[in-house]
Design a protein around this ligand. Structure first.
Ligand SMILES: *Cc1c(COP(=O)(O)O)cnc(C)c1O
Length: 421
């Protein structure tokens, strides 16, 4: 296998045309779409229009004339198509952290009524920290105990005493993928509600919340959905549960009739009650452009094709690293396709941060995640099938080989950490 073979794969790739939907800097290999998705070409024009025409000229009337008020539901309906939810089941709002607070609080209220003796919320120590922070605080407030297990195999033994199982479908460190259907079934067999975080799965692989029988889900807009930095997030609640209990941030946008201005809160029916404050119109407008890039894949095989290419690219990356740099890096991501998301994580005995910096200096953008108790320091490379090419993977491993063979990663300039890694 050489670079020409991979260029041939790119020529035959049914998704290749979608790269044109993005503006990517010339000469850069961007392998960080799992952290901040690339800029869709449509976004700048759309935001310009929202700012100058809808806001500048339409001013407050645009809440009606440009239908700003229904943006959270309209874009929610588009996201629903990516996560196996129905129309009217997803809303865009707030950040993932805040939405997690809302759905976990709702889940605990349901559990308190249906199974009051269960006092545990179960998650994994390898979960994204904000999920654990939010859950930990909420558990303390409500008299629950958060138990974060070391390995998935430890979960089952805790289910008999659990109220809620809160998992991230694809782990941010190693990219390990949970079988959402099997895990949800196991939880339900024990009478446990499930909360799924889709941040690293939605948009990267087919997700089917309905088929999995999941209960609650949240996800973010700025990773695989390409919504831009700080993009609003989204949430979903199984229709049968959406009307059970109020979510805790009972703001006016979740009221059944916000403009009645009633002093008494009356929650909207269904998912609408999970809205809190005024929607971020600029943020949701940008998110819609990002989601549209994924919906454009529908005509080229859809998320099944995205998944097939994602697996081919991650397999290629791991194989090339092992062939070209034997013994230098350990592949920390699962090698089995059905256990891996859309990233390859590597570790090395020393210098992971500096190696990533040296690669960035050569135009290959990955990122670094600190280890600690949860494992070794990680070099993370995300692939985004809408714009990552087979030759990009080849070029990234070529640059990585040069960084290691030259030893340039040891240079002082690659040792300094910024506020964001
Ligand atoms: C990226 C990510 C988040 C981010 O949460 P924000 O509130 O949007 O900053 C949360 N959880 C997981 C699993 C993530 O991957």
């Amino acid at each position: 296998m050489n670079r020409d073979d991979l260029a041939a794969l790119d020529s035959a790739d049914p998704l290749a045309l979608l790269r044109e939907l993005f503006t990517l800097p010339e000469g850069m290999v961007y392998l960080d779409g799992n952290s901040l998705g690339a800029l869709p070409r449509a976004t700048a024009q759309r935001l310009h229009d929202v700012v100058t025409r809808e806001w500048g000229e339409g001013l407050i009337g645009s809440w009606n004339t440009s239908d700003w008020i229904s943006l959270p539901r309209r874009v929610g309906d588009k996201i629903a198509r990516l996560v196996g939810a129905g129309p009217g089941e997803v809303v865009v709002a707030d950040s993932t952290s805040v939405n997690l607070y809302k759905v976990l609080a709702a889940a605990l209220s349901v559990a308190a009524e249906d199974a009051p003796d269960r006092r545990l919320v179960v998650s994994e120590r390898s979960n994204f920290p904000t999920d654990l922070y939010v859950a930990g605080r909420l558990c303390a407030e409500r008299g629950y105990e958060l138990v974060a297990v070391d390995a998935p195999a430890d979960i089952e033994a805790l289910l008999p005493g659990a109220a809620v199982l809160m998992l991230t479908q694809v782990g941010y460190r190693t990219g390990r993928l949970h079988d959402m259907t099997a895990v949800t079934r196991q939880a339900h067999d024990h009478g446990v509600l499930t909360v799924w975080d889709l941040c690293h799965s939605a948009g990267a692989l087919p997700v089917d919340l309905t088929a999995a029988g999941a209960d609650y889900a949240v996800g973010c807009g700025y990773k695989y959905l390409n919504g831009g930095p700080g993009s609003p997030a989204y949430l979903w609640v199984r229709p049968g549960l959406a009307d059970r209990f109020e979510q805790p941030i009972s703001g006016w946008m979740g009221h059944a009739a916000p403009f009645e201005m009633s002093p008494d809160y009356r929650p909207a029916e269904g998912i609408g009650r999970y809205l809190s404050g005024t929607p971020s119109v600029l943020g949701i407008a940008a998110l819609e452009c990002g989601v549209d890039t994924l919906l454009a894949a529908d005509e080229h095989g859809g998320l099944e094709a995205v998944r097939a290419k994602s697996l081919a690219l991650t397999r290629l990356l791991a194989d090339l690293v092992e062939q070209r740099l034997p013994g230098v890096f350990t592949v920390e991501s699962p090698r089995a396709d059905d256990e891996r998301g859309s990233q390859v994580s590597l570790s090395c005995p020393e210098g992971a941060f500096a190696v990533v910096q040296a690669l960035i200096a050569r135009g290959v953008i990955g990122d670094f995640r600190a280890g600690g108790e949860e494992g070794p320091d990680i070099l993370r490379f995300g692939v985004t099938p809408l714009y990552t090419r087979y030759v990009d993977v080849w070029d990234a491993v070529e640059q990585l080989s040069q960084v290691m063979e030259s030893g340039e990663w040891r240079e002082e300039r690659f040792a300094t950490r910024g506020a964001v890694t």
